[in-house]
Design a protein around this ligand. Structure first.
Ligand SMILES: Nc1ncnc2c1ncn2[C@@H]1O[C@H](COP(=O)(O)OP(=O)(O)OP(=O)(O)O)[C@@H](O)[C@H]1O
Ligand SMILES: C[C@@](O)(CCO)CC(=O)[O-]
Ligand SMILES: [Mg+2]
Length: 394
């Protein structure tokens, strides 16, 4: 048995952090994807290869079986983590509670999904290799794309969902019911990595396209205008888990001050959704873009107020504004990535000089297309050769 899957990263247009506290977020998938290959083996081992984060691990099945007595097998409850299993896995991997180490988080989420799916039967011997085009830990949903790929491949390997790819297909997607299963298992992976995720990132990784997310409810936005977006990675490292916890502390400390800010972010997401919808039903005017730009500016100020800005993100906003372009952070902030809205009439020479100015600040910067498909199964022919070469190295 062999399964090859991929899931996209995401950009949040509006609503990051507020969405954790029950407000609306608008998010869109990117054309940057994470790829995962799972191979059933007869080695009696479970191996995981994560070259993006330089992590390679193998365990004997006999070692992993020791975890099973602590796994109670009530697997229908997927909205919460099995605290006993998490504790046991932390001991097994040797991670303290507060440890946020990149490789430990990735290993823990893999082992959690693996044990919770296979723990009540025979543990299979397999090798999983992951490669991503997304920067890790930079606000583009790398953790969600990783968790969605793990969930899809392991659910397939367990037989809980079918492999949708037919002999003659290059790519295939699962039916709605299977996507819901993938999304809920991926949410568990996100809980391990994020602590308290809203679920918006794994929803975009699962369904792709643009969606509105509110309190776990996912509404795909099918009629959206084509937006041109510049992505900038400030390369300032940050952890979503730490930033989400920091925002929660601030809300607890200043509830009456922070609540109106979150309400305002909610109103920004709703206004943006309305404008985007108008742009598909009436001729697009400069005024539509003026409003989208103002919403970006207001939200960026709010994100600074809730404590998730960074001087490098201020630099991004300043450098792009000097060219008449508007930017905000995307994802958890504290560094990582920002988005810049390009107007249809923005000349390519302006884009090029902006990109150069941002690169001169030490940032990575590229124009991206948005709205790509959610989680997919692939035939090897439909995956870029360089990606296949990396996955097949292990
Ligand atoms: N390609 C990958 N291989 C292995 N682990 C990965 C990969 N991509 C992400 N991860 C895991 O996800 C963690 C980063 O998640 P984090 O939520 O902090 O950032 P993000 O998802 O990129 O940004 P955001 O949540 O703001 O969109 C890494 O520390 C690692 O554990
Ligand atoms: C910061 C946050 O709102 C988005 C991270 O991409 C966290 C979440 O929703 O889980
Ligand atoms: Mg994440």
């Amino acid at each position: 048995m062999q399964v090859l899957v991929s899931a996209p990263g995401k950009a949040i247009l509006h609503g990051e952090h507020a969405v954790v506290h029950g407000k609306v977020a608008l998010a869109v998938s990117l054309n940057l994807r994470t790829y995962l290959q799972l191979k059933a083996t007869t080695s009696g081992k479970v191996c995981i290869n994560l070259p993006n984060i330089d992590t390679f691990c193998c365990w004997d099945l006999s070692e992993l079986r020791q975890l099973l007595p602590h796994f109670c097998g009530k697997r229908e409850e997927v909205k919460r983590l099995d605290a006993e299993l998490v504790k046991k896995l932390r001991e097994f991997v040797g991670v303290a509670d507060a440890n946020l180490d990149t490789c430990n988080m990735a290993i823990l989420s893999f082992l959690y999904i693996y044990i919770s799916l296979f723990g009540s039967g025979e543990l299979p011997s397999l090798t999983v290799s992951v490669w991503s085009e997304l920067p890790t830990g930079a606000g583009l949903g790398s953790s969600a794309a990783y968790s969605v790929c793990l969930a899809a491949a392991l659910l397939c390997a367990s037989g809980a969902i079918p492999a949708p790819l037919k002999e003659w297909d290059h790519t295939a997607r699962w039916c709605q019911e299977d996507l819901e299963l993938i999304n809920s298992r991926a949410f568990q992976g996100e809980m391990i990595i994020h602590g308290n995720p809203s679920g918006v990132d794994n929803a975009v990784g699962t369904w792709g396209g643009m969606l509105r997310f509110l309190a776990g409810k996912i509404i795909p936005l099918s009629r959206v205008p084509l937006l041109r977006i510049l992505l900038t990675n400030t390369k300032v490292p940050r952890s979503t888990k730490v930033l989400v916890a920091r925002v929660k502390d601030k809300i607890n400390k200043f509830p009456s001050i922070m609540a109106p800010v979150l309400d305002s972010v909610d109103a920004i997401s709703c206004t943006c959704e309305k404008v985007l919808s108008e742009m598909t039903s009436e001729p697009i005017t400069g005024e539509h873009y003026n409003i989208l730009e103002e919403l970006i500016d207001i939200n960026q100020h709010h994100l600074n107020v809730i404590g998730v800005g960074h001087p490098a993100l201020d630099t991004l906003c300043r450098v792009t504004l000097a060219k008449g372009l508007h930017s905000k952070l995307t994802g958890a902030g504290g560094g990582g990535c920002g988005i810049t809205l390009l107007r249809p009439e923005t000349d390519s020479s302006v884009v090029q000089t902006t990109v150069q100015d941002l690169r001169d600040c030490g940032f990575d910067c590229w124009e991206t297309s948005i709205g790509g498909p959610g989680v997919q199964q692939h035939s090897p022919l439909s995956v870029k050769e360089e990606v296949l070469e990396i996955l097949n190295r292990y």
